[in-house]
Design a protein. Structure first.
Length: 696
């Protein structure tokens, strides 16, 4: 380039002062960068800094070039030097935040962005970056304030409103999320990210036609946006109208799996493998609630993913060799990956799988893909030998980190709840890879070797339901902590009627199969004094659709739904436990039984009326009741369910005796160390790779 030649000529001019030479070197560095020669740019900038080490702009320029070379460590070092020389250099503070974020230091990034806006309060980009960092730290109120500030400072930008959309979606404010994502899509007419997010939220509101239309718009903007194709073909209803609607949805899903492979291959042809895996972030979460055998569909979907991302195995092909090269007799290196290592269903179920592993036997790595670290996450960090916080990392960013840790075993406690983990699981990152029943359905993934489940919950033909090798643990499969119970449960304070039987059905509405509607209506008809207690859905549209479906069943059974159904708002865990304590019994769902909800009920002594289904996911409550010795609460069929419901409502002495037996037997399913010990023993035997030995 002429600029490089001209700068080189000037540098050969005798008599140029050091500051002048530094300026010329900086100009030549920029020319090198434009020409794509980042190495030469770095060399010139370092030469310039030797001449002018107190020039903060040169340090910042060096950081920018290092960042462009995907060297966040060198970039952060350079930006730190820039702000040390000139503490008021707000752009360097913002750049430092970006480099620290790339390195995975979210807290450090937030501090740097905060320093930038302190030095320049009208710096919209830094406010937006600060909001994104605070969201990843789990500080939603502060994140929203920062993002609103950014949006007010730069009303035409899409960056802040896009981030606000994500924040609102996190909080279940779906209407606000739709508004923000629609505005972001409008302001960035060539970009696809806002379209994809908007389509996802519309699907969450059960507006599938609208969602598919927006997925189509994403494809129109960029045909290589593979998730748009997945959304067009594989989106499922949140609240199916009836069993026929489920059959139609599954048939459409199957047709999508027929049509997608050639479409994806065509539109991914020019993409790098890392781009492909990031564009295949998708989960078939709702499929499992249909109560059907999902192995064929899951297997086809996962094989399609695997065919697209298998090249990413190449950088991690040496993982097994690296683990075998460690000294014999050392601890087994086990990794756990999830976006849900917090106080919630997954966290409560699997906390002791991590904290209960002996430090002498196991080197534990935890990869937390969710935002923020709560008290449960801190307990995991205290046990983990390595705790990596990777909030909302794209799969392509997480793959080299996890693969580079040379694990012996990689465990996904749930696969299906978080779409990023589904994409990760299509790649081989450890010699032995396992999924557990946090989402109790086969993954179908060729790269997942073992499915960990519970012996008491699986039917006799369980192995045929999984593409993975099935390994069953004793008891409920984990050491589940007995929750601390509230002191009292006053019905009036909870918004419940003071008198009459209350049947609690606490499941999310999308978990309730249409065929259960008639059963619940028949229970209400058989027990005229009883009321059914339900929780509102994530969006009013979901609640309304389910209510209309249930009302039709109630009308057929001669039940006045308005007088017999109580709708409660979503609430915190302590209030939820109080509601359990105040109710008469829990009515289970038949296609997807309670797991965490049943454990909460049993912790309070609440009788749970259930019926075993065909698959493990419909047999969890049955196993828990049998382990407690109250198997008489497991019904044989619908008529038996009606009989048991009537007795629970009317026979106070029997119900009180059941409560007493449940409370007395809780140690059989709570705080039981046996399953974790069995898990550890299995890991030690299955996960130990053959070690290399020296010939001699």
């Amino acid at each position: 380039m002429a600029a490089i030649a001209e700068a080189s000529t000037l540098l050969r001019t005798a008599g140029a002062l050091p500051a002048e030479r530094a300026g010329i070197l900086c100009l030549r560095a920029r020319a090198h960068e434009i020409a794509g020669d980042a190495a030469a740019a770095v060399e010139d900038l370092r030469s310039a800094l030797r001449l002018s080490p107190q020039d903060a702009r040169l340090w910042n320029e060096l950081g920018v070039v290092a960042a462009s070379r995907n060297d966040p460590d060198a970039a952060a070092d350079a930006f730190r030097r820039a702000v040390a020389v000139d503490p008021g250099y707000f752009r360097a503070w913002n750049n430092l935040g970006n480099s620290l974020s790339t390195r995975g230091d979210t807290r450090g990034a937030a501090d740097a962005f905060r320093a930038a806006v302190q030095r320049k309060p009208d710096y919209a980009l830094a406010w937006a970056n600060l909001g994104a960092a605070l969201r990843n730290l789990g500080d939603a109120p502060a994140a929203e304030a920062a993002l609103q500030k950014a949006a007010s400072l730069d009303p035409k930008s899409s960056t802040a409103v896009f981030a606000l959309g994500g924040l609102c979606r996190d909080q279940g404010r779906l209407d606000d999320a739709v508004r923000h994502f629609a505005l972001a899509a409008q302001r960035s007419p060539a970009a696809t990210a806002a379209c994809l997010q908007l389509a996802g939220v519309l699907a969450e509101r059960d507006e599938l036609d609208e969602a598919r239309s927006v997925y189509a718009e994403a494809i129109r903007r960029d045909p290589t946006e593979l998730r748009g194709w997945l959304g067009m073909h594989l989106s499922l209803p949140m609240v199916p109208a009836d069993a026929e609607a489920i059959r139609d949805a599954r048939a459409r899903f199957a047709r999508g799996l027929d049509e997608l492979p050639p479409l994806l291959r065509t539109h991914a042809a020019a993409l790098a493998p890392a781009e492909i895996v990031d564009r295949l972030v998708w989960s078939n979460f709702l499929l499992a609630y249909h109560g059907e055998d999902d192995r064929p569909l899951q297997g086809r979907f996962a094989s399609m993913l695997r065919a697209m991302v298998a090249p990413l195995d190449a950088p991690t092909a040496a993982v097994g060799a690296a683990s075998r090269a460690r000294p014999a007799g050392g601890p087994l290196r086990v990794g756990f990956v999830s976006s849900f290592f917090r106080d919630g269903t997954v966290g409560r179920y699997f906390e002791h799988w991590i904290t209960g592993l002996d430090r002498e036997r196991f080197d534990v790595h935890v990869y937390h893909l969710g935002a923020g670290v709560d008290a449960l996450g801190q307990r995991l960090a205290a046990r983990a030998d390595v705790m990596r916080e990777m909030p909302r990392w794209a799969p392509s960013r997480a793959i080299p980190v996890i693969g580079g840790d040379a694990l012996d075993v990689l465990v996904y406690p749930e696969l299906g709840m978080d779409a990023s983990c589904v994409a990760l699981a299509a790649v081989r990152l450890a010699p032995l890879q396992c999924a557990a029943w946090g989402h109790p359905v086969t993954t179908g993934q060729p790269a997942i070797d073992v499915f960990l489940s519970c012996a008491a919950m699986e039917p006799d033909d369980a192995a045929s339901h999984y593409t993975e090798t099935l390994v069953c643990l004793p008891g409920i499969g984990t050491r589940y902590a007995l929750p601390a119970l509230p002191d009292s449960a006053d019905r009036a304070a909870l918004g419940l009627p003071a008198d009459g039987p209350l049947f609690l059905c606490p499941q999310s509405l999308f978990k309730i199969h249409p065929d259960d509607d008639a059963l619940y209506a028949r229970v209400l008809a058989a027990v005229p004094a009883a009321r059914l207690v339900l929780f509102q859905g994530r969006h009013p549209r979901i609640t309304a659709r389910f209510a209309a479906r249930l009302n039709a069943a109630c009308e057929r059974a001669g039940v006045d739904m308005a007088a017999r159904i109580l709708w409660l708002p979503q609430c915190g865990h302590e209030t939820y436990l109080r509601i359990n304590m105040a109710c008469t019994a829990m009515l289970d769902t038949t296609r997807w039984s309670g797991g965490n909800t049943t454990l909460d009920a049993l912790a309070t002594g609440l009788p749970v009326l259930t019926r075993p289904g065909r698959f493990m996911r419909a047999r969890q409550s049955t196993a828990m009741l049998q382990l407690l010795g109250v198997g008489e609460l497991v019904s044989r069929d619908d008529d038996d369910t009606l009989r048991l419901a009537a007795r629970l409502a009317g026979d106070t002495a029997w119900r009180d005796a059941l409560r007493a037996r449940i409370l007395a037997s809780r140690p059989r399913i709570f705080e039981d160390p046996t399953p974790v010990q069995a898990f550890a023993d299995w890991l030690a035997s299955a996960g130990r790779p053959p070690r290399q030995t020296n010939a001699g």
